[in-house]
Design a protein around this ligand. Structure first.
Ligand code: PAF
Length: 282
């Protein structure tokens, strides 16, 4: 059955009020639409533990540092609603732009530290826009639980920090990255890849797994890094923004996996920016 699509705050509040009064748990799955199996796995995780589930769809202009990227971001609302039918979620929150950012809107939520590296460097302002909208989504939906994919691991960490710092009473659940059969991490941006680029895209995950294997075998990270960048370039990637080994708990840069670590990558293929990360262990 289709969930109601709510587009204004009055309708959202009318829907959530009885749930809150009944003491029900409310799970929120924040998305920008163009839903794929990764998003659907978050909806399933929410359904498994929450009394009520709200999926949000809002292409948040404040988190795009590049107007072309915002313009090209896939928008597939009808298809998204159809994909969610089998999960029987309770509502889709699809706010109009002025419901999220009414005239005179002047507040920014900014998380320091964790945002100084990787995406924070290459996408200035992205995390402020993301943290601002996620704060609003948390308070608008009155959710008790929120579900985010580990694919955007840095985002997940920023959201956890923000919720803790602002005393928002919500549990933030990180859910595993869902991959295509060839290893490519699912992402709405994959829809922008040409057929040819789509066949090359899994090389990113392949080189990351090679680095992980090399690290486990005791090979020097720098040597593995150089080899991986060369392989990506040979495959047709036009730039590597970063290919970093970082501590899992605070994202500090590591030269070797001396503590629980993750490998993070962002690379350009045919005009599309792909990001991924995998756990390394120590
Ligand atoms: O990961 C995303 O799709 C977005 O950053 C989010 C969390 C929905 C906020 O706009």
């Amino acid at each position: 059955m289709s969930a109601p699509i709510l587009r204004d705050l009055d309708a959202l509040r009318a829907a959530t009020r009885p749930w809150i009064l009944a003491g029900e748990t409310i799970g929120v799955v924040p998305t920008m639409g163009a839903l794929h199996d990764g998003h659907l796995s978050l909806a399933a995780a929410a359904k498994a533990i929450c009394d009520r589930v709200i999926v949000t769809i809002f292409v948040n202009p404040k988190q795009f540092n590049n107007p072309e990227d915002l313009k090209n971001y896939p928008r597939t609302e009808t298809e998204d609603a159809r994909k969610l039918e089998r999960f029987a979620v309770d509502a889709l929150w699809v706010p109009e732009g002025d419901q999220m950012y009414p005239p005179h809107f002047a507040t920014t939520v900014s998380v320091a530290g964790l945002t100084d590296v990787m995406e924070g460097v290459y996408r200035p302002g992205h995390f402020d826009g993301m943290a601002t909208v996620v704060t609003k989504l948390f308070t608008q939906t009155a959710a008790t639980d929120a579900f985010f994919g580990e694919k955007d691991y840095q985002q997940l960490m920023v959201v956890r920090r923000m919720a803790a710092d602002l005393d928002i009473p919500i549990t933030v659940h990180g859910c595993p990255t869902i991959r295509e059969i060839d290893g490519l991490a699912m992402s709405s941006r994959n829809l922008l890849l040409s057929d040819r680029a789509r066949t090359t895209a899994p090389v990113l995950h392949e080189v990351m797994e090679q680095i992980a294997d090399g690290l486990r075998a005791g090979t020097d990270f720098q040597a593995l890094h150089t080899k991986a960048v060369a392989r990506l370039e040979r495959a047709g990637f036009t730039g590597v923004d970063y290919l970093d080994l970082r501590a899992q708990d605070d994202l500090s840069a590591l030269a070797a996996p001396t503590r629980p670590a993750r490998l993070f990558a962002a690379a350009w293929l045919a005009g599309v920016r792909l990001i991924d990360n995998i756990a390394i262990g120590s």
